[in-house]
Design a protein around this ligand. Sequence first.
Ligand SMILES: NC(=O)c1ccc[n+]([C@@H]2O[C@H](COP(=O)([O-])OP(=O)(O)OC[C@H]3O[C@@H](n4cnc5c(N)ncnc54)[C@H](O)[C@@H]3O)[C@@H](O)[C@H]2O)c1
Length: 343
Amino acid sequence: MKVLVTGGMGYIGSHTCIALHKAGITPVIYDNLSNASVKVFDQLFTITGERFDYVIGDIGDEAMLTKVLKEHKIEAVFHFAALKAVGESTEQPVNYYQNNVAKTLTMLKVMSKLDIKKIIFSSSATVYGEPQYLPIDEKHPISSTNPYGWSKVMVEQILKDLAQSDEQWLTIALRYFNPVGAHESGLIGESPKGIPNNLMPFIAQTAVGRRDCVSVFGDDYDTPDGTGVRDYIHITDLAAGHVDAFLHHQKGAGQTGTDTGNHAYNLGTGQGYSVLEMIKAFADASQKEIPYTLAPRRSGDIACNYADASLAETNLGWRATKTIEDMAADTWRWQTTYPNGLE
Ligand SMILES: NC(=O)c1ccc[n+]([C@@H]2O[C@H](COP(=O)([O-])OP(=O)(O)OC[C@H]3O[C@@H](n4cnc5c(N)ncnc54)[C@H](O)[C@@H]3O)[C@@H](O)[C@H]2O)c1
């Protein structure tokens, strides 16, 4: 079986290609390289021994997408392609809605026309807005605090409406908590452009000497050590979650027709770690001191956020198995092998 992986050269998409390959599913990568290096392709070959097909293309390009979906006889789409910087989205809302929502609509139209009616969508815990209770389960009210998050809310709603309008559609939204880590080979990982938005790449770049120190925003939250607590999930666990979700529902869809429809799952560990715990884990893994300074809270930040990931475990048989030590060790291996990313 062949599936299209939009954004497949990116951080999460590339790791998911490996998981798909392991499961005997052939990924065809479709990426416009707006936030990825084509060198990922060679790294994937080194890791898997397989040269995946890839197309440099934009999901908004109807003609190109049609050609690729037809030529490869694609059966489902794993949809990672999106812009993802929260701060940037508040400065460029139109770009974000255009790329993440409007182009997704174009893609769904093409898929419908070709009768390809299975999609696994990269959503985010950001669709829960400000947590009203913890741990956050899938029934938590949906909302957002920025255009990036709203773009995820909108696409989720579109997928829900689509599944309701046509009973052949299978639409699965996977709501990621905080993806971190890298492939255990150290050959691929996260390489943000400019100043990292997320904690782990910031810590890693500090450990490797690219940044002077980590700013810890707020040490007076109502948490055990006063710093913010988040649910970090290893990228390999996250990638496996996509395959498990797809295979679970795919099986049902083929045989009984009951597993179409719209589904949403949290992908997290259910366990929160504080900023200081992450810094310590990284210092242990790298055997380096990680300098940090305490800074005032950032507006909009919250004390704690972690998932109730039991639905994915019950329905899909999936659960995260990697530890905070794995997350730190694998990030460190990637960071030291490629301190400036693949470019
Ligand atoms: N990394 C996270 O912390 C996180 C958390 C929650 C959700 N997500 C979502 O997961 C998905 C993957 O994130 P990632 O961290 O791998 O990001 P990434 O930037 O590494 O990967 C996204 C890929 O999509 C490509 N792309 C963007 N727009 C495109 C378009 N119009 N046509 C074709 N390709 C396009 C980029 O070149 C990039 O390779 C995104 O949808 C993101 O919003 C990420």
